[in-house]
Write a protein that binds this ligand. Structure first.
Ligand SMILES: N[C@@H](CCC(=O)N[C@@H](CS)C(=O)NCC(=O)O)C(=O)O
Length: 131
């Protein structure tokens, strides 16, 4: 009961602190950014707005300068049901990774999601930009 009472203001506080201390997006070459956007087009983050692990993951997405679709698995039944049915657990954050054939892989755990995203960016940044 007490937890339910403090949950809302705590959630708002988390969002406020996140907003006020949002990491800067990197300034990068437009061609490299386009390559990164293309490579991350097949990713979607299932998340809850005020979940601290989701906030941590969204901050990493911003810090890495990624444009990844965010799907509200808390309020949108479509995403909530899909996460539960296909991912197997209603736990957020969860990164849906679709391959070229549209097959989905579900990556749970904020630490593993951030490591995966950092690796994607590092690989592309290390590759020479064509043209
Ligand atoms: N170790 C996980 C913790 C994630 C977690 O506990 N998320 C909460 C929301 S803040 C959740 O999904 N709880 C529902 C559940 O575990 O069933 C991570 O770092 O991603």
């Amino acid at each position: 009961m007490i937890f339910k009472l403090i949950r809302w203001p705590l959630g708002q506080l988390i969002l406020l602190v996140d907003f006020l201390t949002a990491p800067k997006r990197p300034e990068r070459d437009a061609q490299l950014q386009a390559m990164i956007d293309d490579r991350t087009r097949h990713l979607a983050l299932y998340q809850f707005a005020t979940c601290p692990f989701c906030v941590k993951t969204r901050r990493a997405i911003r810090r890495l300068g990624l444009n990844i679709e965010l799907r509200d698995a808390q309020h949108d039944p479509k995403w909530r049901n899909q996460l539960l049915a296909e991912g197997g657990r209603l736990q957020t954050p969860c990164l849906a990774i679709s391959d070229d054939s549209g097959q989905l892989r579900w990556l749970y755990e904020s630490k593993d999601i951030i490591a995966y995203l950092e690796q994607c960016v590092a690989t592309l940044e290390a590759a020479p930009v064509q043209g």
